[in-house]
Write a protein that binds this ligand. Structure first.
Ligand code: GDP
Length: 413
């Protein structure tokens, strides 16, 4: 069954957990008896049914190590299965998105219609736009608190749209809902009869899953080399298809050879490996290859350069100091680098430009920078092949995540 991954973001207390709990309930995705348990707990506390407890419950199970998958929640509609990527904090989410740990194909931005647009609403929306997430649904939650009034919805919608336009996000739908009462989640209800759009699940089913990465040019970042009776070059195919007999190029060294065989553990006669697959290859010639190299076909090549222009999001309390050297990690490559230029620093909440030609980047600031790597790296624009277009910068831990927007001064080796 088809699967679509999405992330849910929004200001704290605007209703993410409640909406997730409600979605699981309305799509019958909760284990038997779970909702009764939660009803009991709420009753004992003298409260109404609180769907956010569903999430707390999941969290407890995770803490006890009961559920195997720690960051993902599933439900299904008639059309397909969905995975909600849990975003515990936005820094965590950005890290996961940029490192590829969680590949969201769509995003839900939740706004409490009573409170309106808040700091995190803006910040999260901006991050979605940086990450190039184009499929976005906005839900205006807690419509029950404003008497389901259209004017209130229209007011917040207007303010939000003005902001979203400025960062180039065009939401597919802006749906008034009440996660608590269940209006316009799985069903249209008469309380919001003035709204002519789809309910939330219908809008989700309208989204498209990502185009298949196997249609893209071949990108095979090398993870390891194993020498048994033959030398196996191992990695994960990130784009395209690699087949035995293919003429290939090894970057950055630019040596060419031919794929002699595709090697898969405990499998004979495998002839090809498609994007998404981890595999091993044996080459005709003993070309020089190392971890971090990228194997491609001989046409439609990525870029080999030591100068990369990028957007970064600083995610460390300790600011960047101009003289620092950092580790640049992109796909399986790890190279020391410096930041040669900080062209612009932007406050990710107000979008105000706080500095030009700056010397530092502080926590949660977004900057346009120029990176100089100590050795040539194999990279790509983010919107072409994400795996080679995103990177992290590290001190001891990850301190920034970035997206390659433009590649300067191509230095062929
Ligand atoms: P989160 O921080 O975004 O996960 O927010 P929660 O889901 O924990 O919700 C915060 C509070 O808002 C909780 O007390 C919820 O019961 C309440 N809440 C969430 N959605 C609605 C809604 O549609 N209507 C009303 N009245 N309260 C809601």
């Amino acid at each position: 069954m088809e699967n679509l991954k999405f992330v849910m973001v929004g200001h704290v207390d605007h209703g993410k957990s409640t909406l997730i709990g409600r979605l699981l309930y309305d799509t019958d995705s909760l284990p038997d008896g779970r909702i009764e348990e939660i009803k009991e707990i709420c009753k004992a506390l003298g409260k109404e049914l609180e769907f956010a407890y569903v999430m707390d419950h999941l969290q407890e199970e995770r803490d006890q190590g009961i559920t195997i998958d720690t960051a993902q929640i599933f439900f299904r509609t008639k059309k397909r299965q969905y995975t909600i990527i849990d975003a515990p904090g936005h820094v965590e989410f950005v890290k996961n998105m940029i490192t590829g740990a969680s590949q969201a194909e769509a995003a839900i931005l939740i706004v409490d219609v009573e409170e309106g647009v808040k700091e995190q609403t803006r910040r999260h929306a901006y991050i979605l736009s940086l990450l190039g997430l184009e499929q976005v649904i906005v839900v205006m939650n807690k419509m029950d608190l404003v008497g389901y009034k259209k004017e209130k919805y229209e007011g917040v919608k207007k303010e939000l749209l003005k902001f979203l336009e400025s960062i180039n996000i065009k939401p597919k739908h802006i749906i008034p809902i009440s996660a608590k009462k269940g209006d316009f989640i799985a069903r249209k209800t008469s309380k919001l009869s003035w709204f002519k759009g789809p309910c939330f699940l219908e809008a989700l089913d309208d989204f498209k899953t990502k185009e298949s990465p196997k249609e893209k040019p071949l990108r095979f970042p090398v993870q390891d080399i194993y020498s048994f009776d033959k030398r196996i070059i191992a990695g994960r195919v990130e784009g395209g298809i690699i087949s035995s007999g293919d003429r290939i190029k090894v970057l950055p060294s630019e040596e060419e050879t031919v794929v002699k065989s595709i090697e898969e553990y405990m499998k004979e006669g495998v002839k090809k490996a498609e994007a998404g697959k981890s595999t091993g290859i044996v080459t005709e010639d003993k070309v020089f290859v190392d971890r971090g190299f990228v194997i491609t076909h001989t046409k439609d090549l990525p870029i080999v350069t030591d100068t990369v222009k990028a957007h970064v999001i600083w995610m460390d309390k300790k600011p960047f100091d101009k003289n620092e050297r950092l580790l640049f990690k992109c796909a399986t490559q790890e190279v020391m680098c410096s930041i040669d230029k900080i062209e612009k620093v932007i406050d990710s909440s107000t979008l105000e430009v706080i500095g030009k030609d700056a010397d530092t980047i502080r926590n949660r600031e977004v900057a346009d920078i120029v990176i100089k790597t100590q050795k040539p790296v194999v990279v790509e624009n983010f919107n072409k092949i994400q795996e080679l277009g995103r990177f992290v910068l590290q001190r001891k831990d990850t301190c920034a995540g970035g997206i390659i927007t433009n590649i300067n001064n191509i230095n062929k080796v």
